[in-house]
Design a protein around this ligand. Structure first.
Ligand code: G3P
Ligand code: CA
Length: 298
């Protein structure tokens, strides 16, 4: 167990409190730590989510952390996509009209490779493909980016934790430098996060959600981060999370999502979050910088 005593915070303090911008600015002076900006599904306000175009867009903005979602095809290949079905972000209904509800797990990689994952977002992205995790990792590596990898709905894909780690190893991401500095694996499924920790205790992990403070010691045994929706937390909750040591003996971190405007970015930075996950990484990065939050010393 890696638990530090909680100092001045008790109870589940989830809920919204009023927090003005001047107060946020004052908080920047008190807590100058600048949160990491993470491009959610890539820079997904500017390019189709979870595509190579979306991480390249983040790269062009100078954003080095990208987030994605990993799932598995019918023939057992790992691909990057958010929804468990293909129809929102591809032309699958046009190509395979009789295959409703178009679940990823009902399609082979060969079939998915034929899909256009860009046109729904904009004509200029026509022909963008659903990336395999392998192709995606090649691009992340090429861009010298870092990855917050989400195992999406892992309960649908038994063994996906070990398979993902194996794929990451094949891509050269299981060496010390990558594991220590460039990779976090997260999921809404606590059992899946725990599995990753058991398989590779050196990997940094995150639990997506807003557990009650009383339950944090349980999560702290196998995770390094608690990553909640920004609408579900307040400053007291962030402080309460920080008061526990995570699986690697450092204070549990908070990466919050999905923050797409400057005012909210400054507000949550003022609460002391460690990372902000956003569709508009340029907006968030500039907001926290301009508000005076300083990059922590390495
Ligand atoms: O990384 C946080 C965020 O991705 C969780 O929600 O639905 O976008 O995967 P979702
Ligand atoms: Ca995600």
């Amino acid at each position: 167990m890696h638990i530090r005593p909680v100092a001045a915070v008790t109870g589940a303090l989830v809920g919204l409190t009023a927090f003005s911008l001047p107060a946020a600015a004052a908080q920047a002076a008190d807590h100058p730590h600048r949160p990491v900006t993470v491009a959610h599904r890539g820079a997904s306000a500017y390019a189709p989510e979870n595509t190579i175009a979306s991480i390249n867009a983040a790269h062009r903005m100078g954003i080095d952390w990208v987030e994605n979602d990993v799932q598995r095809t019918k023939d057992g290949k790992l691909i990057v996509m958010h929804d468990t079905t293909l129809n929102r972000t591809t032309n699958v209904e046009e190509l395979y009209p009789n295959r409703s509800p178009w679940k990823i797990s009902d399609f082979t990689l060969g079939e998915i490779r034929k899909l256009d994952a860009g046109s729904w977002f904009g004509e200029k992205f026509k022909g963008e493909r659903v990336p395999t995790l392998e192709r995606y990792m090649d691009a992340v590596s090429h861009n010298h980016q870092k990855l917050l990898l989400e195992l999406k709905s892992p309960e649908l894909y038994p063994g996906i934790e070990a398979q993902t780690i194996k794929e990451l190893r094949r891509e050269g991401w299981m060496d010390r430098q990558h594991v220590k500095r460039r990779l976090i694996i997260q999921s809404f499924n606590g059992d899946s996060v725990k599995k990753v920790h058991e398989l590779r205790p050196d990997i940094k992990t995150g639990f997506l959600g807003t557990p009650a403070v009383a339950d944090l010691p349980k999560y702290a045994q196998f995770t390094d981060q608690i990553n909640p929706s920004h609408t579900s937390i307040n400053m007291a909750y962030v402080s309460a999370v920080h008061a526990f040591e995570g699986a690697h003996g450092r204070p549990l971190e908070v990466y919050t999502w999905t923050v797409n405007d400057a005012a909210t970015a400054k507000k949550v930075a003022g609460w002391g979050v460690d990372g902000i996950i956003t569709n508009k990484p340029d907006v968030v990065r500039d907001a926290v910088k301009d508000a005076g939050f300083q990059v922590p010393a390495a």
